[in-house]
Ligand binder design. Structure first.
Ligand SMILES: *Cc1c(COP(=O)(O)O)cnc(C)c1O
Length: 330
């Protein structure tokens, strides 16, 4: 059950409603169909944002969240961008804790985890409300036990470099909205069909940014290069964590703009990887640009990204010291 990511759910989810200016108390209910009006804001005008985070089981059976404050703050930022009611940190934290507590027995052994998906949708029934914020909303938290993402081995990814299209509207680049994913999907589907690419690396006008759902990091000898958190870059929790670990290991971390020419110059002597909660740090083996394939290093997974990935998973699994204070007991 734990192997198909995103399709099996804990029997209970957390939920609360916003109406008349107040949030109801968070509670648990069966993970079953929601009842919303067909005129709901989310169905017509895209009022939808979410988070992705994980709870881990340690060897002593205790359950821990990884940097949950980051996800809560980001969800608040997403809500503000969408003009949806902003849930408080206390509300988000309380709901997450209820859900994890109810699913405690379902949290798989490491490298498995309990994936958590807080989701906020606008539910005011008003198709005349295209230019008005939704005054009603539902916040719910799904829990999904997931196994080892890499049980089939870690195959380096193929990324198509896309210089024409944007991943999403630039002013939405820093938040996690459903519409951003809708915006990127057509490009990803085309890249898969035309180039057997796994993902698209969006580089509008040549500026290297990120993929549809993960940040892009380059490990060039003794430095780590990634685009700065300005403009259209999603502030990934994994990205930030890997950069902190890299600094601690003595890497020079460069967060700045760089273009496709510089990227292609660097990749023969570099490693590249995608970072995100689901896949942690996934090696990139090939970049496809203007119909030509460019291997990253020798095209295989490399030791530098593997070492940083191991450090991060050691902290998450409780096997390594949490010297940075990232884990929160539930
Ligand atoms: C969710 C997401 C990421 C990864 O963020 P994490 O907090 O590391 O999971 C990166 N880029 C985009 C566009 C995303 O939506």
């Amino acid at each position: 059950m734990a192997s198909s990511f995103g399709q099996s759910f804990a029997p209970q989810m957390g939920i609360c409603q916003y109406r008349d200016g107040v949030w109801s108390e968070g509670k648990l209910q069966p993970t079953e169909a929601l009842s919303i009006h067909p005129a709901s804001n989310v169905l017509h005008y895209g009022g939808s944002c979410f988070e992705g985070m994980k709870a881990y089981r340690w060897a002593d059976g205790s359950i821990h969240l990884f940097r949950p404050d980051r996800n809560f703050a980001r969800m608040q930022a997403s809500a503000r961008m969408l003009c949806l009611p902003e849930p408080s940190i206390e509300l988000l934290e309380g709901l997450i804790h209820q859900v994890v507590d109810a699913a405690r027995e379902l949290v798989p052994e490491f490298p498995g985890s309990l994936y958590l998906r807080p989701t906020l949708i606008g539910t005011e029934p008003n198709i005349g409300g295209a230019a008005h914020p939704s005054n009603e909303a539902i916040l719910f938290v799904l829990a999904s036990p997931v196994g080892d993402y890499f049980s089939g081995g870690m195959r380096p990814l193929r990324l198509l470099i896309e210089t024409e299209h944007l991943r999403c509207a630039p002013h939405f680049g820093q938040v996690k909205t459903g519409g951003n994913y809708a915006s990127a999907l057509g490009q990803i589907v085309n890249a898969r069909a035309q180039y057997q690419a796994d993902q698209v690396l969006f580089c509008p006008g040549g500026d290297v940014q990120e993929t549809g759902a993960a940040n892009f990091l380059l490990f060039a000898k003794d430095r780590v290069l990634t685009s700065a958190l300005e403009g259209a870059i999603l502030p990934g929790v994994t990205r930030d964590s890997i950069l902190q670990l890299a600094k601690r290991d003595g890497y020079e971390v460069q967060e700045r703009h760089y273009d496709v020419d510089e990227l292609l110059q660097l990749i023969p002597q570099s490693e590249a990887a995608l970072s995100g909660t689901a896949a942690i740090l996934t090696p990139v083996g090939t970049l496809i640009y203007q119909g030509k394939e460019h291997p990253v290093g020798d095209g295989a997974a490399g030791p530098r990204s593997q070492a940083l990935r191991d450090q991060l998973t050691a902290i998450q699994s409780g096997l390594g010291d949490d010297t940075l204070g990232w884990m929160q007991t539930v």
